[in-house]
Design a protein around this ligand. Sequence first.
Ligand code: TPP
Ligand code: SF4
Ligand code: MG
Length: 291
Amino acid sequence: MVQSAKPTANTWCPGCGDFGVLAAAKKAILDLKIPPHEAVLVGGIGCSGGIHNFIDINGVHALHGRLLAQAIGLKLANPQLTVIAAGGDGDGYAIGMGHFMHAFKKNASILYIVMNNETYGLTKGQASPTSRLGFEGNIEVPFDAILTALSIPSGAFVARTFSGDPKTMTAVLSEALQFNRDHRGYAFVEDLSPCVTYNDTFKEWREKIVNIEKLPGYDPTDRSAVFRLCSETMRAGKIPVGVMHRPPKPTDESSNPLELKLLPDNIGPARADIGLEHNLAAYRTLLASAG
Ligand SMILES: Cc1ncc(C[n+]2csc(CCOP(=O)(O)OP(=O)(O)O)c2C)c(N)n1
Ligand code: SF4
Ligand SMILES: [Mg+2]
C-alpha cells in the first residue's frame, strides 16, 4: 500500500529504541536536503516496520520479509529516488532472509536499516533469529548480520549503530544515504534498537558495545580484517559497533550498482518516454529481429 506523505500519531511504546532511528533518519534526510517527494521509505511488518507512518516522506507498507524486493524495484523504476527500506530482525533475518542475502549481490543503491531488538516485538516478544540462547525458550545460536554481511564479496557499505547513540547514528545514516545518492551501491545498517517492553537491553548493550573504529588494525576497506576484529570482540563477550565496510571509490566490487548497469541512461522506466512515436524505431528493430 502506497501512502501519501502525512505522518500519523506514533504507536510505539515510550522509550522504544526505534525512536532513535526515526530521529536519526529524519535528521540525516534534512541534513542532506533531500526533498520529501524524492524520498521513499519501505517499511516491513513489525513495530519497526511502521516507521514509514511517522516520517513526512513517501511510504510503502510492504509484505512481511519482502521490503527489499519492493525497495529495489522502486529504485530500478526511478533511479533518482532516495530509497530506504526499514524493518525488524524478524522481518529481515527470518522470513526475509533470502532477500537479505541477495540484496548484497544485486547492489542497488538503496539503504536497508534493520532495527534489531532480538525479538518479535509486535507479536509480543517471541524469540527471533538474533535472540540469545534461553530467551523465551530459544535453543538456536543467534544469527549475526554483520559477520554475514562482511563475509559476502560485495561493494556494500556496512555499519552497526546503537539507538542509545543517535548522534553517531545520524552521521552513519547520512554517510550511507550519500553513498546511495552517488550510485555507489547498497548500504546496510543494523541498529541495536532495544524493545523496552519485551526485551529491554538498553543498559546491557550500553555496557557491552565496543567501537570497532578505535581498535588497532581497524581498516574499513578490508572486509576480512574487520570480520576478524568483530569475531574477536564477540568472543570477549562484547558487541562491535561502527562502520564495518567503507568500500574505496570505486572498486571492482562496487562499480556496478544494479540500477546503472541495467539503465545506462539512469532515467528508469518510471520516467522514460514509453510513447509509440519515441520508441517506433526500437519497436521496428524488435519486430524485424523476430523474423
Ligand atoms: C506472512 C506473515 N507471517 C507472520 C506474520 C506475523 N508477524 C507480524 S510482525 C512479525 C515479526 C515482527 O518482528 P520484527 O520483524 O523483529 O519486528 P519488531 O516488531 O520487533 O520491530 C510477525 C512474525 C505476518 N504479519 N505475516
Ligand atoms: S513492543 Fe517493543 S518494539 Fe514494539 S513499540 Fe513497544 S518497545 Fe518498541
Ligand atoms: Mg524485532
